[in-house]
Design a protein around this ligand. Sequence first.
Ligand code: GLV
Ligand code: MN
Ligand code: MN
Length: 420
Amino acid sequence: MDTSSIRIKEDRLRQDLLDLGRFGETASGGIGRTALSDADLAARQWFKERMREGGLEVREDAAANIIGRMDPPSGSNGAPCIATGSHIDAVAQGGRYDGALGICAGLEALRAIRESGVSLPCPCELLVFTDEEGSHFAGTFGSRAMFKLLQEGEMEKSRGAGMASLAQDLKRMGKDPQKIAEATRSPSEFRAFLELHIEQGPVLEEMGVPIGIVDGIVHLGRYLIRVIGKSGHAGTTPMHLRDDALIKAAGIVTAVNEAVRCAGPEIVGTIGEFRVQPGAINIIPGRVEMSLDLRSMKEEKLTSVKRQIEKIVSSADKARMDTILTKGGVRMDPDVMMTVELSCRERGIPFHRMESGAGHDAMTFPMVNIPAGIIFIPCVGGKSHCPDEEIRFEDACLGAQVLADTMVRLAFRGPLHPLP
Ligand code: GLV
Ligand code: MN
Ligand code: MN
């Protein structure tokens, strides 16, 4: 398959990334664009307009996923589509490229395919998923909603007291959470899904290689740890009569960190959220809530460390640990990976096969037997989920080109696997 006529336009991609980076921009130079926040809603409006200008037919589903479709020039022929996409939401104080790169490059890839005059035998779709980062409850909400993989009651839950649930925020934007099933699509509508993303780690930069081809994604467990104490006056309650939830929580934090470190390099664990209530300078903390995120390529390792941590929590006074969500690790599709590899070879672009410690919407697709792949580009200093997140723009262009070429190659191949 000759894809030499497909050429992404660098200036257009650069401008889209710059413009999208203005939604939720913070004084520290980072992005605050959590899912369905005002900044996210504004960014979504803007991006839908860009998709329409790019010639896509745009709709939004019941889970607030944005779907842009490009049918073959001869019209919709009922063939399963080749899809690409990522997320537009960002973590609380995140960077400009996590998710944003995938949707902007996906749009550029589709524009480049259309402009090349190559007539594809099947439709293409650009999918912008809702709340990949899990700012409401669990991550990859939109992609899981699309394939009926949400947990019972998940949409009504929030990450902590006083925080909005997805059901509340969907209502705020005029959607009916009761109708979430309307977002469901059949896996047979998709021939393959491909996501371009920043690596979010240091490997590619250290190797000096511009493209990563992801073999698999880690197993992930997310938990909520709650510690109860007794709030009271900070000035009048003697130290020996206190039941301070924060002091008890601090013991749990250090014990958890120790347990994960001692388990070796195959597992990582992070307590990234910590809420102290009532949270005032003159009140003894009565309640603490904290998150725990555990990840490993080895499921047994994750299970054994989780058990150890459960023991730590249950031996503390008035503390409990609940599961927010577990996601089994996935392997990406060998045919899709080989096709990405071929696209790199044809353009003489060096690549490296690797695993991903970060979760992505692409991990939802193998769960319903849709062949999926992930293409990485390096990020400067390996930094991500922070305002310093940065890329080299030339890598973004290479990534977008490999994405466009691979989508075309996949479109001209027969079905990758028979569906069950
Ligand atoms: C998503 O960014 C994750 O937490 O891996
Ligand atoms: Mn992220
Ligand atoms: Mn991401």
